[in-house]
Design a protein around this ligand. Sequence first.
Ligand code: ADP
Ligand code: MG
Length: 472
Amino acid sequence: MDYKNFWLSILRRLEPTISKSQFLTWFQNTAALTIENETLVVGVPTNFARDWIVQKYALKILQAAEEENSKIKEVEIEVDAALGDGIDPRTIDLRAVFAKPGDKKVYKARGHEEVILTRSGILSAKLNPRYTLANFVPGDENRLAHAAALSVARLPGQTYNPLVIYGGVGLGKTHLLSAIGHEVLTNDPNKIVAFTTSEIFTREFVAASKKFQADEFKKKFRDIDVLLFDDVQFLENRDKTQIELFNIFNDLHEKGKQLVFTSDRPPSELTEVMDRLRSRLTWGLVCEIEQPSFQSRLEILKSKTQERRAILDPDILEFIAMNVSDSVRSLESALAWSIAQTELLKIQPTVRELGKMLEKVNKKERVLGLPENSPEISVQTPAELIELVSKHFDLPIAEICGTSRKKEFQVARQITMYLAREILGCSLTEIAQNFQKDHSTVLHSVRKITADLQKDATLVRKINSVKKEMGL
Ligand code: ADP
Ligand code: MG
């Protein structure tokens, strides 16, 4: 039996008999759990809700349930705390299901994504929850666009209207556009924000036209406070859709509603967009997002590394910033690769390894910033490695192999064991022999370093500096 649908039909019967706020308060996060013999078991998230519902609504629930299924003779209310987290799949999102036309509304959908709907249920794409102003890194290349986005989000319709942001692929246009939406909603959750793209807009318009509902389609846009329109260049050569957008534009603009567009070109170069629409795109403010400079690329990488709570050697970030310059999206891929190496393989990639990866991916002729003339020391055995570590950290071999618990010695010892295992591929027994320790001490050291590498940036640097000397 589909309990969810069953519960929904019961709620549909209850809803008209209870005030809206009471209904939402008490029935959000409830579910039909099961039917045992003649008893419907209803789950609610808290004891408090249970007591209240038993007192006030149990009878109504029973009546409704009987009407749906005459076998039911009893209702039992049970507490199931898991229902309270708001995303339990057994529950129904009442705000969405019972929204009435005329309820101005924007609702947070279940799960973590936000869905933006107008009251007529139109529209559209989701605002990507990761694309916020807080994690947009401002730089010289986007300073104007960023400032304009802030201003438009604070005072929709009152500053630059329309705002047009243009620039190449992967430079942050969609991010900034979505961020405006989030910001508007944060400032005023009752605002209706519609996010759409040329593709979605066209698809919806064509579908509506086929059903002779073009007027309906237009009406749906009437109540929007902010229209976010991504990649307007894809409307080129779609004349009917352009006319539709033109009309909606005029209507919203006249009412002082905010319009924001993104495009891969400045409006003047949208040659296949009809003159009237193209000229309107230049009414407000047109700003460009350019390619980020080295400094900005580095800032973006730092910010994304933090966001992912990853630890990477600063050399690696610099190296990526130096070699990946075409778009922020490519920066993100190189960074994701590096983070995956550290998280999945538990090793920090060296600049050389990363260089190889970039060469493969980008087919770049020359990778910049590789350590040149780096010493070609080929370390093969644990003994050689011990010697190298001893020189590198300027510590006596006897201490590295000894038993001193002094932090400095201990760390060098563990690092050496770790590298012998991970880089030289020595067996635990072999390493144990070189250090005159037992095999479980070696295992412990390797595990400790592996774990610490995930949280200790200094250790990462130390190990990478040794790896560099090993010619890696
Ligand atoms: P576009 O729409 O211009 O093709 P996107 O907005 O999709 O580009 O951006 C591509 C990726 O780069 C996204 O993951 C976005 O978060 C990121 N990004 C772009 N610019 C920035 C920035 N200035 N700060 C932080 N992230 C950015
Ligand atoms: Mg985009």
